[in-house]
Design a protein around this ligand. Structure first.
Ligand code: SAM
Length: 288
């Protein structure tokens, strides 16, 4: 690494409450040679609040590929630069990835200045199982893409988290309810750190009804957390020998999906357990 080269600082800023700015973030924004910001007007409001005067350049999704090389050159000249986004931690559903990659490829220093991040803030206060969890960024924008997205995650046993906008939150929950069980546990964390902060945990069906009923639940910024599907660990303890016998007979006569549906109707056993057992029986038949 070149000793005289400057450093790129990745500086987290508040997600709503201006007081959620760290001392280190303020000091860094004051001391760097310039600030690269997603929206120059936005960061200037923050700078004004903290008495920071510094040069600001725009670095957003439309110019970041091109601007990355310029940033690398400035660092090589020995200048230090702070990267900020409009809210929270840069690069988390925000611009910055091409710059950070280019700086690493140039073997120059990248230093994170940690702070607020909406998904971490939400996860820390909801009491859902966190480790492990999956962060999905923003949910897809169209109904069909959203339904595919939910379908693909229906059986995920770990918690997943995504961002959603006020324009789509209702449609998003409607699509979710058309795919997932209405008993699935959902958290909506809205307007975190702000005046109307709301954190609600409910079964999906009740959450949908709440968001349909209350206009305020469709306003602001949203983190949505979906608890993992119940584990199907001990299928054998859920199914009796008779359940298995009926399923095996049906599998000999019909396709897997139909055999499972009929077995559910005939035995009253859980669909997931029967499905899992059907996969096992079929796999054993293939191996034989
Ligand atoms: N970089 C940010 C972070 O660290 O969380 C996220 C930026 S992303 C473009 C903006 C999205 O994050 C919003 O649409 C919303 O889904 C979520 N978000 C940001 N601030 C939030 C807040 N105060 N409360 C709830 N969600 C928030």
């Amino acid at each position: 690494m070149t000793q005289t080269a400057g450093t790129l600082y990745i500086v987290a800023t508040p997600i709503g409450n201006l007081a959620d700015m760290t001392f280190r973030a303020v000091e860094t924004l004051k001391s760097v040679d310039f600030i690269a910001a997603e929206d120059t007007r936005h960061v200037k409001m923050l700078m004004q609040h903290y008495g920071i005067s510094n040069k600001v350049i725009a670095l957003h999704q439309h110019n970041e590929d091109k601007a990355s090389q310029g940033i690398v050159e400035k660092l090589r000249e020995g200048l230090s630069i702070a990267l900020v986004s409009d809210a929270g931690t840069p690069l988390i559903s925000d611009p910055g990835m091409p710059v950070v990659r280019a700086v690493h490829e140039a073997k120059l220093r990248v230093v994170p200045i940690p702070g607020a991040c909406a998904l971490i803030t939400a996860l820390s206060a909801t009491g859902v199982a966190i480790t492990p969890f999956t962060f999905e960024g923003f949910a897809p924008r169209t109904a069909s893409a959203r339904q595919t997205f939910f379908k693909a995650r229906e059986n995920n046993e770990t918690t997943w988290v995504f961002y959603e906008s006020c324009h789509r939150i209702l449609a998003c929950l409607q699509d979710m309810a058309s795919v997932l069980s209405c008993e699935r546990s959902i958290v909506i964390a809205r307007e975190l750190t702000k005046l109307h902060e709301t954190i609600v945990k409910l079964p999906l069906g009740e959450m949908l009804a709440l968001v349909e009923r209350e206009e305020t639940m469709r306003k602001g910024e949203f983190v949505v957390i979906v608890e993992g599907a119940p584990k199907i660990t001990d299928v054998d303890s859920e199914l009796s020998a008779e359940h298995e016998r009926v399923l095996a007979l049906l599998l000999a006569e019909c396709r897997l999906k139909q055999a499972v549906s009929l077995a559910v109707a005939l035995t009253g056993a859980k669909k997931k357990a029967l499905y899992q057992k059907a996969l096992e029986i079929n796999a054993a038949l293939h191996d034989a």
